[in-house]
Design a protein. Structure first.
Length: 319
């Protein structure tokens, strides 16, 4: 449909016609007929061409936080024309210069700290005035924060440990990172706007000490300074005595090494060796009380509560 909303006769040789073209109007050439008040008419056979309007199939990101600076918004669709403009309904949001192809528009977006929160409409308008509105295409959210991390301590060698990050205004697509090297975070699972879960692995060679935790999403980076601690992986240098006979009960083994913590759990491979109790004497010494059952050889390892581990050399059982 093509309708005239207003006609202004500028002179006997010129008039201005204000028109609205429906989004579903058939494309192609239209004739234009003008009729004077005295019923005199004239027709221009090719008076107007209706072009296909732009369409939008996707937009990313779908949300940006207050304070986001120069974040690239990508609009994918069809019928985009060089010179097209992009507008947003929210206040406090600034759009930069767009890069346009027939099927994609990329444009930098900056969100002020006081931008209007909530869903905003995005309008793409071609130079021929054809346009498309994406209702609620971009949501402006409050800046995110990190309030705590649990567990806040992992040791060198910890593998695929689930860490809970608490805060505010978390959104889908958030990326978690730790400062320094040797700590790797997997993909975050957003539980809700105040909590996310992430799998964390600490290399055995990771430097011990405090680390910053960052969450990046919606163009923002929230940081919890010194929110996470890496502790050194334990080491085992000796076990005394290094062998016990089959059927031995309540035998105390003194394990020497470094990095022992309260709650450490010694584990023997195979079957037949039972750990009865563990006493941590110091960070470098612990006493393990064991009972030896069936015959065989055993490898001994110690596993801390934070999942760091270290393996000892094989200890043959004595007859």
């Amino acid at each position: 449909m093509c309708s005239s909303d207003l006609v202004t006769v500028s002179s006997a040789t010129s008039l201005t016609v204000n028109v609205t073209i429906d989004a579903a109007a058939t494309t192609g050439v239209r004739s234009l007929t003008v009729t004077n008040v005295d019923k005199g008419t004239a027709t221009l056979a090719s008076g107007l061409t209706v072009n296909a309007g732009p369409t939008v199939t996707s937009m990313t990101p779908s949300a940006l936080g207050r304070g986001a600076s120069a974040q690239t918004m990508t609009i994918v669709g069809t019928g985009f024309v060089a010179g097209a403009t992009v507008a947003i309904s929210a206040t406090g949001v600034t759009l930069g210069t767009a890069t346009i192809t027939a099927t994609q528009i990329t444009i930098p977006v900056t969100v002020s700290a006081t931008a209007t929160l909530g869903a905003a409409d995005i309008r793409v308008t071609n130079p021929d005035a054809g346009s498309i509105v994406v209702t609620g295409g971009l949501t402006i959210v409050a800046a995110q924060t990190i309030t705590s991390v649990s567990p806040a301590v992992l040791g060198g060698g910890a593998t695929a440990q689930t860490v809970t990050i608490n805060g505010t205004n978390f959104v889908a697509g958030a990326v978690v990172a730790f400062s320094g090297t040797g700590v790797t975070a997997g993909a975050a699972t957003i539980v809700n706007s105040t909590q996310m879960l992430v799998s964390v692995t600490v290399a055995a060679t990771a430097t011990a000490g405090l680390r910053n935790v960052t969450v990046t999403s919606g163009g923002l980076v929230a940081t919890l300074t010194n929110g996470f601690t890496v502790t050194a992986a334990p080491t085992v240098t000796s076990v005394t005595p290094a062998s016990r006979g089959q059927g031995a009960t309540n035998q105390n083994l003194v394990v020497a090494g470094t990095g022992f913590q309260a709650g450490i759990t010694p584990v023997f491979s195979g079957t037949g060796v039972t750990v009865n109790s563990v006493t941590v004497t110091s960070a470098t010494s612990l006493t393990v009380n064991v009972t030896v059952g069936a015959a065989g050889t055993r490898d001994r390892k110690s596993t801390r509560l934070n999942s760091s581990h270290v393996a000892l050399s094989r200890m043959p059982s004595s007859a």
